[in-house]
Design a protein around this ligand. Structure first.
Ligand code: PRP
Ligand code: URA
Length: 209
């Protein structure tokens, strides 16, 4: 069974509460998504490989550590996952970004793929799959499978809000993938939306409703 990391940091809790509020504007929602992602990225990247480089401080020559070359690939699940990309790329500017296009069929709630493009050297990187919402888990399970089918082995999943149902589905399908969530909510409703959740993350990020 993969590990589930839940963030109880006060700043993350505060910002997630603001994202849940239906009166929060599109502009603020977008900024908050990026900020929460950036705060979470600190923990998600804890085990990234380092290498030694030689540098000169104002005092002397020394060796010091930097993040090793081809270390990270970020893969947002389109479209709401796009709202989390900048939060990671601002911290790791050399990260490459792949995209997986999935939407939930409104009737069946099953994921339908419409796009997939990963970095050519994705297999050499730690792949961080990002999507604000983990509801039934269908989209995440499918996205992770596409990434594995292309040879990637080191994969992490990062969500802002998850339902227990979705966490269980991902853990069963991909026991090797660690899951990082800012909040683990109560349940899904009859339309497979997370309760209390924050509504439709894509619509709130892009102002489409
Ligand atoms: C949302 C969300 C996830 C998916 C989660 O996307 O961003 O991708 O639903 O649901 P699941 O865990 O039940 O699969 P949506 O299909 O609404 O598409 P969008 O990002 O284009 O808004
Ligand atoms: N997708 C969303 O955007 N929100 C939910 O609550 C569930 C799926």
């Amino acid at each position: 069974m993969s590990s589930l990391h839940i963030f109880n940091h006060p700043l993350i809790c505060h910002k997630i509460t603001m994202m849940r509020d239906k009166n929060t504007t599109t502009k603020d929602f977008r900024e908050l998504a990026e900020e929460v992602t950036m705060l979470m990225a600190y923990e998600v990247t804890r085990n990234l490989p380092l290498r030694e480089v030689e540098i000169e401080t104002p005092i002397c020559k020394t060796t010091s550590k930097v993040v090793a070359g081809r270390s990270v690939g970020v893969v947002p699940i389109l479209r709401a996952g796009l709202g989390m990309v900048d939060g990671i790329v601002r911290l790791i500017p050399n990260a490459k970004v792949g995209h997986i296009g999935l939407y939930r069929d409104p009737e069946t709630h099953m994921p339908v793929e419409y796009y997939c493009k990963l970095p050519v050297d994705a297999q050499e990187r730690t792949i961080i799959v990002v999507d604000p919402m983990l509801a039934t888990g269908g989209s995440a399970v499918a996205a992770i499978q596409f990434i594995k089918d292309r040879g990637c082995k080191d994969i992490k999943l990062m969500n802002l809000i998850a339902a227990p149902e979705g966490v269980k589905v991902v853990q069963e399908a991909h026991p090797d993938v660690e899951i990082y969530v800012a909040s683990l909510d109560e349940k899904l409703n009859d339309h497979a939306y997370i309760v209390p959740g924050l509504g439709d993350a894509g619509d709130r990020l892009f102002g489409t409703k």
